[in-house]
Design a protein around this ligand. Structure first.
Ligand SMILES: [Ca+2]
Ligand SMILES: [Ca+2]
Length: 221
């Protein structure tokens, strides 16, 4: 993996410049170890990394060098890093002891994509008995442009609750028959995650001419 390769290269480069000084019997290299908390979360989030678990071997560890996989880096045994873009990141820790000996290890952090937030409004609409209504056969604009996402909505899908469907951020639609309809908007983001938002729409008015309905039957002029 890319992160592991980076880890090895960084460790090798640091070893080249090593200096002696900590000579103990049976000394081996230090061992880099760390925890990530949390190791996965929806962005944005701050992860804490604890490198104090790293083992020293004869010499004290004098340097902790971190790369966070997104271009960021830090030094020190305890560090925090905030991820603002979703992705899988390889976090590396390189520890160096007084003798210049080093070790490196990597952990994967999953910065998860937030699902989009779907919402829409529609107009024109009137108020009757405290509820919004629209008229049968009236053209209505359904507008989903207030929907949001961290990195972009790529699709808007409409279901008007009567079998009719449409796509696009802003659509014009008119109902033929009065009734109550659940309008479902589903938005999909550029990472392929989707979410939906539903509004109950009350459509009043007459059935269309020739529909053979009852008391509110259509008027044919
Ligand atoms: Ca998203
Ligand atoms: Ca995203």
């Amino acid at each position: 993996m890319k992160g592991a390769r980076l880890c090895l290269l960084l460790g090798a480069a640091l070893l080249v410049g090593s200096v002696g000084g900590c000579i103990e019997f049976g000394v081996t290299q230090p061992q880099a170890l760390f925890t990530a908390s949390p190791a996965g979360h929806v962005i944005p989030f701050t992860a804490s990394f604890d490198g104090t678990l790293s083992r020293k071997a004869g010499c004290d560890i004098v340097s902790y060098v971190w790369t966070f996989g997104d271009g960021g880096g830090a030094t020190g045994p305890l560090v925090d890093h905030t991820y603002t873009a979703d992705g899988i990141y390889e976090v590396t820790l390189t520890v160096i002891d007084e003798s210049g000996a080093s070790d490196c290890t990597a952990v994967t952090v999953d910065a998860e994509n937030p699902v989009p937030t779907a919402t829409f409004s529609y107009s024109p609409k009137s108020t009757m008995d405290g509820a919004y209504i629209i008229g049968a056969s009236e053209w209505v604009t359904f507008d989903a442009s207030a929907s949001t996402d961290d990195s972009g909505i790529t699709a808007y899908a409409w279901d008007f609750g009567n079998g009719d469907k449409a796509s696009g951020a802003v659509v014009e639609y008119r109902y033929t028959y009065p009734g109550s309809y659940n309008v479902v908007l589903t938005v999909t983001d550029d990472d392929g995650d989707a979410s939906s938002y539903t509004q109950l729409i009350e459509v009043i008015g007459n059935n269309p001419c020739g529909s053979g309905s009852g008391s509110s039957g259509g008027s044919c002029s």
